[in-house]
Design a protein around this ligand. Structure first.
Ligand code: ADP
Ligand code: MG
Length: 726
């Protein structure tokens, strides 16, 4: 029996319906494994507690003495929970998370054993960093990278079933302080945004002293049987299928979306949700997605840095818990051809320390104007920096998804909804003397009367837009499901902050010239609407017409990762990030290299595994089957029985075997030649060509063979088996 049939038999035998019982109240376990400020209060003295609180809330530095106190408190809390080790948890540019465990255990000079964790160990660690990507920033011989504590994201305990580890969120930097991770630039962008937004808030409300970005991500993923998965080397190595014919029943009946969740998956969900609650991840929704085998979960939104960490912890958690259920969770953007891919919608907004959501339309003319200001500034930012946003979501995986018929196109546009797009049009067309009386203008625009209705009216949704306003937040939908949200959020924070600071200056210049404040604001808003209206698109982003129209409008349509990454090399882009100390020229260049290398390696691995599957699975099976038919033909011939159709079958098999063999050979040659290319940019383009030239053709012919060869011989689990897990 081949591995596929074996896995299928197991599947049929092992999993009967089990009743699922879950009576745990979420509030009773929520954040029990997190060193929250509330917990800190119990374990720290007054000085240390205040110092930690001040750092979390106001970004103040923690002195080494307080850090020592905090370390001791954290250690006692963790030890009471059975923790023996600690780790600095960080986000290297590989795209996953990393940790290096150290035990609290140590030996004193007299040889006695004690458990110890001091301030220095909390604040900084030096992992052996030589094998993390650094894009030439950190010479490998030096191999020194440091992790440094990020107190704004609380420490937490991971229990992997074998032991418990205290995880301390950290940034990862080189010896010279250059960032080698995703977190450091995100934190810097948060600072910049805070400053720029507080300035603009001062036009409306002097009580605002802090503005944070909020993020609520929606994580899409596939779940398949782990046994079947282990018979698919492509899923194991690339996270996606590189071959596989479409099933008779895919998503065409559209009966999966919000359908009932299969019980095996349901019990997996309950399990990971419980673990997530203990880690303070505020999961709120779960449901089936459009494709068979596809699901989504989403939390209550949080401050962006924390939300990013929580998403990463959750992805790890889900992968780990899936194993307990003999399931495999796939975060890849396009695990299955011809079936919807997965994204990670990033819902983003701005919140003040006075409790106001700046993207929530207010109820009074004054708060309306504040809303309009931030609303229009975001649109302007997306318009002016669309290409940078595009680079922030570029990855080999997302290339398969963007622009496929279920995901937003690679053209960045903004959807506002009928009501608000009309409102902006009205405002744009007003003559400047009509703007004079701002109260009157706002009344006439009916802003405060009608806007709150927009929030209630969720029918006005456009799922085809990459960047949509959804009542009280923007939803960046083009982010890939496997991505670290950090990068797109860092870019969004930065471009909005940059736009807001220019806005602040412009309005102030007008005020200095003697304009009334409100008028100056309205006029600037109006000019921003004019300047950025091209990026507003209310129609169907999936349609072909949109591609033509976007081109006429002059909107960029950057179709592939290598092209998108090129944008990072522009001086204007480098200057934007370096001006605000978010990424230096060097750091951005390093990132460019790392992302490009990641792309090359991903395509390379996919190509290799594809060749491997063809030569070692598909072709041998097809030949085996061909021999059976051949024998049959010889027998029929001997007896003088009609066998034309069998001959045709033999020919068809031969033809497809030949095509597969031939294309694989050519693909290997093309890879060999690309591997000799020194220049990374060129090499990435060559790999993109290889992907475009060979992947679909090879797949076409292997899928034909899958349709011809005896099912009993075929050893790669088929789409219908992988997807229709019940
Ligand atoms: P959808 O209809 O797109 O599935 P949901 O209503 O499920 O949207 O919510 C999507 C996400 O938006 C949730 O994660 C939620 O926490 C988040 N969200 C809501 N308000 C905000 C906000 N002010 N800032 C950031 N995210 C928010
Ligand atoms: Mg959504």
């Amino acid at each position: 029996m081949n591995q596929r049939l074996h896995a299928l038999t197991n599947l049929a035998n092992k999993f009967e319906e089990k009743t699922i019982e879950n009576t745990t109240k979420i509030t009773s376990i929520f954040a029990e494994n997190v060193f929250t400020l509330k917990t800190a209060r119990e374990y720290l003295n007054e000085v240390a507690y205040k110092s930690l609180k001040n750092s979390v809330n106001n970004g103040k530095k923690i002195d080494i003495e307080s850090a020592g106190q905090i370390a001791v408190g954290m250690k006692s809390w963790a030890e009471e929970k059975g923790v023996t080790h600690y780790t600095h948890w960080f986000q290297p540019l590989t795209g996953t998370t990393a940790e290096k465990h150290d035990s609290f255990f140590t030996l004193k000079s007299d040889g006695s054993a004690i458990e110890e964790f001091d301030g220095a160990a909390l604040i900084q660690q030096e992992p052996d960093a030589s094998s993390f990507p650094s894009g030439g920033l950190r010479a490998t011989f030096e191999a020194r990278g440091y992790t440094a504590w990020d107190p704004s994201s609380p420490a937490f305990i991971i229990d992997n079933g074998f032991g418990k580890t205290l995880c301390i969120p950290t940034i990862f930097i080189s010896y010279n302080g250059e960032s080698l991770d995703y977190k450091a630039p995100l934190l810097k962008s948060i600072d910049f945004l805070n400053k720029a937004a507080v300035d603009v808030c001062s036009f409306f409300d002097k009580n605002v002293t802090k503005v944070i970005a909020t993020l609520g991500w929606e994580q899409e993923y596939f779940v398949i049987d782990a046994g079947l998965c282990s018979a698919r080397p492509d899923i194991i190595q690339c996270g996606r299928t590189v071959l596989g014919a479409a099933p008779a029943k895919g998503q065409q009946l559209e009966d999966f979306y919000f359908g009932s969740i299969p019980s095996r998956v349901y019990s997996f969900m309950l399990d990971f949700e419980n673990e997530a609650y203990k880690l303070g991840i505020p999961l709120k929704t779960r449901h089936n997605e459009v494709a068979p085998g596809q699901y989504e979960c989403a939390p209550i939104f949080e401050e962006v840095n924390l939300a990013v960490d929580h998403n990463l912890v959750l992805m790890d958690l889900m992968a780990r818990i899936a194993r307990r259920h003999n399931l495999k969770v796939l975060f890849h953007e396009k695990p299955f051809a011809g079936i919807n891919g997965s994204g990670k919608h990033n819902n983003w907004s701005l919140a003040t320390d006075t409790g106001i959501n700046l993207l929530s339309p207010g109820k009074t003319p004054k708060s309306n104007l504040m809303f309009l200001t931030f609303f229009v500034n975001v649109i302007k930012a997306v318009h002016d920096y669309a290409e940078i946003l595009r680079t922030s979501i570029a990855s080999a995986g997302n290339d398969y998804r963007l622009g496929a018929n279920e995901a937003p196109p690679a053209i960045i546009s903004v959807f506002l909804g009928k009501y608000l797009s009309k409102l902006l049009k009205d405002l744009e067309s007003k003559a400047s003397n009509q703007l004079d009386d701002q109260d009157d203008t706002i009344h006439k625009l009916d802003i405060h009367k009608n806007i709150p209705l927009v929030i209630l009216d969720n029918t006005d949704r456009n799922r085809t837009s990459p960047f949509a306003f959804t009542g009280n937040k923007f939803e960046f939908r083009a982010v890939g499901s496997s991505a670290n949200c950090s990068y797109p959020m860092m870019v969004l924070n930065t471009i909005v902050a940059e736009t807001l600071s220019k806005f602040y200056e412009e309005v102030n210049q007008k005020i200095e010239k003697g304009d009334k404040k409100e008028l100056a604001i309205l006029q600037t808003i109006q000019s921003y609407i004019k300047a950025s209206k091209n990026v507003i698109f209310e129609g169907d982003g999936y349609s072909h017409n949109w591609h033509d129209e976007a081109e006429k409008r002059g909107l960029p349509n950057v179709k592939s990762t290598p092209a998108a990454l090129e944008i990072m090399k522009r001086d204007s882009v480098k200057d934007l990030f370096s001006k605000h100390n978010i990424l230096s020229h060097n750091e951005l260049e390093a990132r460019y290299e790392i992302e490009l290398e990641k792309y090359i390696k991903k395509v390379q691995i996919e190509g290799r595994i594809m060749g491997d599957l063809c030569l070692n699975h598909v072709i041998p099976q097809a030949i085996k089957y061909q021999n059976i038919v051949l024998e049959n033909v010889e027998g029929l011939k001997r007896l003088g029985i009609e066998h034309q159709e069998q001959i045709k079958l033999l020919e068809e098999l031969s033809l497809n075997i030949g095509k597969v063999k031939n294309n694989v050979f050519n693909m290997v040659e093309a890879r060999k030649s690309a591997n000799h290319t020194e220049n990374l940019t060129l090499k990435a383009q060559q790999y993109e060509d290889i992907k475009n030239t060979y992947f679909d053709v090879i797949r076409y012919h292997t899928d034909k063979l899958e349709g011809l060869v005896d099912d009993q011989l075929w050893d790669l689990p088929k789409y219908r088996e992988l997807l229709l897990l019940r």
